[in-house]
Every structure is written in C-alpha cells, then in structure tokens.
Design a protein around this ligand. Structure first.
Ligand SMILES: Nc1nc2c(ncn2[C@@H]2O[C@H](COP(=O)(O)OP(=O)(O)OP(=O)(O)O)[C@@H](O)[C@H]2O)c(=O)[nH]1
Length: 427
C-alpha cells in the first residue's frame, strides 16, 4: 500500500505531539491545526475564527516582543530558523511553555504570498525542571556542573550553574562555549594535580575529589570539586558534580597542619615531620639512587645551662642554635628539633663527607657564639654531633637513626664538642 506524502507527514507530526501553524507574512492569514488548539485545552472550533490576534491574545505579553524579535532575526538572515519559547495561556489558566519553530516557504509563487510554516511543541515539563534546577543551583553554596570527556580527549561542560561567574570569574555561557576558560584560572601549582586526578577518575570511574586554588587578580581562593563519573555507551565519560568554596576550612587546615609539624619554641620542624621526610627521602633514594645524609646535634651539658642561668636562658640558647643551623644549611635541607636539646638536619643529595663539613661548621659556629646571662655573665655553649649517610647497607630508616645516635653517643663519650661520622674513627 502506497501512502501519500501528506498522510505520512501527518502521521509523523502526530507522533511528535507538535501543533502546526502557517502564517502568511503578506496577508496576515494564519492557519493552526487541531493539535495546536488542544495543546492549550481547546478545540480549533472553540477558538475560531483564528487570526494572528488569537495567538497574540493567548501569548504572555512579555513574550510577544521576544517572538517578534526572533522573527526579525530570522528574516534578516541572522538566525537559520525562526525559533523561540513563549508562554501561552492554557484554558485551565496555567501558562504553558511552547517551543516555536518555523521557516519561510520560498519559490512558491502560486501560494499567494510568503508563508512562514512551523511547529509548536509543549516544553512545559522540561522548562519546569530547568527552572527547578536553576532555583536549586541558586540556593547551593557552590557551582553545579556536568563535565564530559570524549574518547579523543576533548571535553566540554553541557551544564554549568550561574555561580560559575562568582567562583571562576567566567560566565557559565562563556565557559560552555569555551571549556578551557574553566581551567585557565586554576593556580599553576595545582593544575597538573587536578588534571591527573581527572585522568585517574576517568580510568577507575571512582569519585573525583580535588582541592585546588583559583587565582582571580590578587585573590587566591581554595575550591573543592566532588563529582561522580559514569561511562556512556559511546565511550565518553560524564561527571555530575559540585564545586564549593573551602577557603576558610582550607586555611584552617593548612594552619593546623603547619602547627602539627612545627616546634613551637624554635619554629623549626618537629620530630614527626622529620620522620615523615626521612621515610620519603629513603624511598626516593631507593628509586633514583641519590644519596642523602643526616646530622644529629645535641647541646652539651644543657641541663647545667638551665640550672646555672635559668630555664628562659636555656630556651634562648635553643632558639639561637636553631637560627645558627638554619643559617648554615641549604633551603633543601630539613632542620628539625627532635627532642629537648636535640636537633636533626636531613640533607638530600649530600655525601657523608659534605655532611661532616656542615656538622663541623655548626660545631665551630656554636663554640664561637658568646651568650650573656641576665646577670651580665658571658658563657659559651658547645654541641656534639653524629653523622650518617643512607646507603644500600642500611636496612631501614630506623637503623639509620640508630647508627646516627650511636655516633652521637660516641662523640659525647669521647669528651663532647666533637663530630663523629658513622663508620669512622672519633674525631
Ligand atoms: N630550657 C629548656 N630546657 C629543656 C627543654 N627541653 C628539655 N630541656 C632540658 O634539657 C636538659 C637535657 O639534659 P640531659 O639530657 O641530661 O643532657 P645534657 O645536660 O645536655 O647532657 P649531655 O647531653 O650528656 O651533654 C634537661 O634538663 C631538660 O629539662 C626546653 O624546651 N627548654
């Protein structure tokens, strides 16, 4: 059975649920189908005779103007088709959102003028969901977004809430058009880590969580992104997530972390941090074959200093030696106060011989310092040191520390104010 083109077109239109309209731009004649009327709760007969004014009367006053402008843009050749969404009054008194599309029928002289023809589709449900999403996004203290990465590595943001502008200094519209704008303001120190974390989340399909900084002029702000990825059938991956401001929390966290690794009296690192770094250095050394050395320093007869000149004077001596060590070591070295009057210097990429020189310089530097008590009496302070280097013979970090302690103990036993290098004779 052969169906006519008209029957087929009718069936297709029925399937889409779209209303149709035809408008003669020259005569003003307008034709709607039944579906158009039923979309608004009427029969076509009930609205007859239909004219342009029928449409205008049912259309929200604010949207009539927008529809005219869309039409003008289309007729001027700025837009490829006439398209707009307008609110139309349903018989029940509710506004329905109607997506209007149309094109001009040209090259048909026999039609009696220029006919604009198109469809009306009720998109109220979609609009309501969009509106609800927008309201939800406005009330959230963050940006909500959808991020898609294609199999070829290209990416885009199909959805970004309006708060993108507050957080990134880029409007959601601009970022949707150019997704790189979302990465440009990320702090250069954080960008590689953020990119790596996205790559890992894409591979493992595990939740993406990343703290990073955004630079906006002079302002640096900590943000946290949390989102869940899902792989689509075409191999692309979509993350739905939220980006929140964690500036206050992060600063507090960093402050607390700094406190937790700092010795209060001297401002040097504490034992906990030194141990962490020591483990890291040992692991790096295993991997890259570098060497590193460690110097353990202990003030001689410190108890006597406290007893003779008072505890505050003892504190002041500790602070002075902290400054001395910092001034005589490199930036890459880790200087820690690891006990009452005990200090450790971790020296990456340093041989045993070089570390010994540093320890000697510290010993002589300390010896030559003159302290003056509150009563005006001057006194001097000495220190003893043990020096070790990490090598393949050292089974663990714990053993390295024990070897260093052993050398320090030898220095004390041999009369103090000396440096003993592990595996060598007492100085
Ligand atoms: N002022 C001050 N004293 C401290 C601090 N922490 C520990 N001490 C004191 O450091 C002294 C360490 O004494 P000892 O372990 O006997 O060692 P020492 O007197 O230096 O003797 P040698 O190490 O054998 O040369 C003790 O009296 C502690 O009370 C501190 O933060 N400030």
């Amino acid at each position: 059975m052969q169906l006519s083109a008209e029957t087929r077109l009718k069936a297709i239109l029925e399937g889409t649920g779209a209303g149709t309209w035809e408008f003669n731009l020259d005569t003003g004649e307008i034709i709607f189908n039944d579906r158009w009327a039923s979309m608004l709760g009427y029969t076509l007969d009930e609205l007859s005779p239909v004219s342009f004014q029928t449409w205008e009367r049912l259309c929200h006053a604010d949207d009539v103007q927008a529809a005219h402008q869309a039409l003008a843009r289309y007729l001027n050749g700025e837009d490829p088709l006439y398209e707009c969404v307008v609110r139309m009054m349903h018989r029940s008194g509710e506004w329905r959102y109607i997506h209007t599309r149309g094109t001009l029928l040209t090259d048909h002289d026999d039609l009696g003028g220029r006919w604009l023809m198109g469809t009306h589709l009720d998109v109220t449900d979609e609009k309501v969901s969009q509106h609800q999403l927008q309201k939800l996004a406005e009330s959230l203290p963050g940006v909500i977004y959808t991020f898609v990465m294609e199999p070829d590595g290209s990416f885009h943001f199909p959805y970004l809430s309006q708060k993108t502008e507050d957080f990134y200094g880029v409007s959601a519209e601009d970022a949707r058009a150019n997704p790189n704008l979302m990465f440009d303001p990320i702090h250069p120190d954080d960008l590689p880590r953020l990119q790596a974390s996205i790559g890992e989340s894409a591979q493992t399909l595990c939740q993406w969580v990343c703290d990073f900084r955004i630079v906006q002029g002079d302002r640096i702000r900590w943000l946290r992104g949390v989102s869940r990825p899902e792989r689509d059938i075409d191999g692309s991956i979509t993350w739905h997530g939220v980006i929140t401001d964690i500036d206050d929390r992060k600063l507090l966290e960093l402050e607390l972390e700094q406190l937790s690794i700092t010795d209060e009296l001297t401002g040097l690192y504490n034992r906990r941090y030194m141990l962490r770094k020591l483990e890291e250095l040992a692991a790096e050394t295993e991997r890259y074959g570098h060497t590193f050395s460690l110097v353990s320093l202990d003030i001689d007869f410190f108890k006597a200093i406290n007893d003779s000149w008072g505890h505050p004077m003892g504190d002041s001596v500790l602070q002075t030696i902290a400054q001395l060590i910092e001034s005589r070591t490199r930036k890459a070295d880790i200087v820690a106060r690891t006990g009452g009057e005990e200090f450790i210097v971790l020296m990456p990429n340093t041989t045993l011989g070089d570390a010994r020189h540093v320890a000697e310089a510290l010993r002589t530097g300390m010896e030559s310092l003159a302290f003056v008590s509150d009563e005006g009496e001057s006194f001097s302070v000495t220190l003893s040191a043990g020096v070790v280097s990490w090598s393949t013979n050292v089974p663990s970090v714990r053993d390295l520390l024990a070897m260093c302690d052993q050398s320090l103990y030898q220095a004390k036993r041999a009369g103090r104010n000396r440096v003993v290098v592990s595996g060598a004779e007492d100085k």
